[in-house]
Write a protein that binds this ligand. Structure first.
Ligand code: LLP
Length: 441
């Protein structure tokens, strides 16, 4: 069995020859997602949290093959939109394994989910505002509901992804019990939920622990109200969110998952009888199962550094531009010198400080800055590691760039999971609008 703390998959652990082959066959930029690694990560989570509900936060990677692997591994699906619910249903998650976390949900999304709940009545809708509960009731929904709480503490790799404590998310802690009780009068109230943030590193465990402790306290208050006039609630679970960090730097230690699990169980205890712990990691499941392959097309020495132009940019992998996120980059070679001869193998080259920049017209469009990389040659293939979470998912068509292709590796066999977009894909919605006479939908 896979232990709780198996080593992370580093970019150097990938089979470089295989990656070169895939890039030659499918072109670049190319995402490669290893389903075997996804399964291992699922097993590791289930082993660390044997008596908890483990839910995969679908937003980290919504690809069909990934969802099916996660479903087969036995995780539930946590969805952030109608689109994610639609994908999870299509991938075979039944309603009892579907959790829709509604944050200021658009009417279309609520309509979709309330409709879906007709066929799959075990879907759970997590609401973080009384207005959301009212809007569900207006639609005749009386199914399973979970109340999202803002416990006032957060954590995460960047302030932009620190959710706990951010006013946007959840019912303020001091009103949460009252709202949960009200919800129980109108719906089948099954749980309470909070999420500290994304990319919680080992040194932020204290905030995670505090959030979990507050949720445990709330669960006890709801099960056995201090106010004797309040009716006790029969909850099924306390969901303490996701956010388990993965190391991006080559020398960063991996999160000790068993320690996180132990700290979580301890902080939430004692849980009222019949109430389970739930967690909903996204990044942990898919991050180190993915790499982004990109080809060097320009090598430009400047007085300070060498600028390495590649065919992937912020439209393919937004994280460095958006959060100054670090992704490991490895030069897999294969380039040529200016005379057309084979460049030396990367291991035989000097390391040079480089900025790896994409083709987009923004200064922020760099995958790394001033990083030592085996002296690059035009035609080299670069592997950008730990790109499986929030990689393809955050890709856009900005600068009229078709989104990249993605290959799924299953027991070594590669299949095209997402075909590369074409220039035609870029204009399909406007051509269709024109052929419909440009009338409102
Ligand atoms: N549950 C909820 C309610 C969430 O909002 C999220 C992530 C998760 C679970 C999963 O968090 P994870 O285990 O993946 O950290 N684009 C950013 C990350 C945004 C995460 C948003 N919410 C990034 O690339 O770092």
């Amino acid at each position: 069995p896979v232990g709780g703390n198996a080593p992370v998959r580093r970019v150097s652990d990938w089979d470089a020859a295989r990656l070169r082959e895939l890039a030659a066959e499918h072109g670049t930029p190319l995402y490669v997602q290893d389903l075997d690694r996804v399964r291992e990560n699922c097993e590791r989570l289930l082993a660390a949290f044997p008596d908890a509900d483990v839910r995969y936060a679908v937003k980290a990677h919504t690809g069909r093959a990934v969802l099916e692997a996660v479903r087969d591994a036995g995780l539930d699906a946590e969805c952030a939109s109608a689109g994610e619910v639609d994908r999870a249903l299509a991938a075979g998650f039944d309603g009892s394994r579907l959790h829709y976390t509604a944050v200021n949900p658009p009417a279309r999304d609520l309509d979709y989910v309330v409709d879906a709940a007709e066929a799959e009545p075990d879907i759970t809708v997590t609401a973080g505002a009384v207005d959301t509960l009212d809007r569900l009731a207006e639609r005749g929904y009386d199914g399973r509901v979970c109340v999202r709480v803002n416990p006032g503490v957060g954590a995460g790799h960047h302030e932009k992804v620190t959710t706990g404590g951010a006013a946007k998310f959840g019912i303020p802690y001091d009103r949460a019990a009252a709202v949960a009780r009200e919800a129980a009068e109108r719906f089948d109230a099954v749980g309470i939920h909070a999420h500290a943030g994304s990319g919680i590193d080992p040194d932020q465990l204290d905030s995670h622990r505090e959030l979990v402790a507050r949720m445990g306290e709330l669960a006890r208050e709801l099960a056995e109200p201090s106010d004797e006039t309040a009716a006790p609630l029969d909850l099924e679970y306390v969901d303490v969110g996701g956010g388990f960090g993965v190391p991006y730097e080559e020398d960063a230690p991996p999160l000790d998952l068993s320690a996180v699990a132990a700290a979580t169980r301890e902080a939430v205890a004692p849980l009222p009888a019949g109430v389970d712990l739930a967690v909903e990691p996204g990044r942990y499941v898919v991050a180190d199962a993915g790499v982004l392959l990109t080809r060097v097309n320009t090598v430009k020495p400047t007085p300070d550094e060498t600028v390495v132009g590649v065919d992937a940019g912020m439209t393919d992998l937004l994280r460095p531009a958006m959060y100054d996120a670090y992704h490991p980059i490895s030069n897999l070679g294969g380039g040529r010198d200016r005379d057309g001869g084979d460049a030396p193998a990367p291991a035989d080259r000097e390391a040079t400080p480089v900025t790896v920049a994409g083709p987009i017209c923004e200064t922020g469009d760099a995958l790394c800055r001033n990083r030592a990389l085996a002296d690059p040659f035009r035609g080299d293939l670069l592997a950008v590691g730990v790109a499986g979470a929030y990689g393809y998912e955050m890709a856009s068509q900005y600068n009229s760039r078709p989104r990249p292709a993605e290959v799924a590796l299953d027991d070594g066999t590669a299949t095209t999971a997402r075909r590369r977009e074409t220039l035609g894909d870029l204009t399909v919605v406007e051509r269709e609008a024109a052929s419909d006479g440009n009338r409102p939908e």
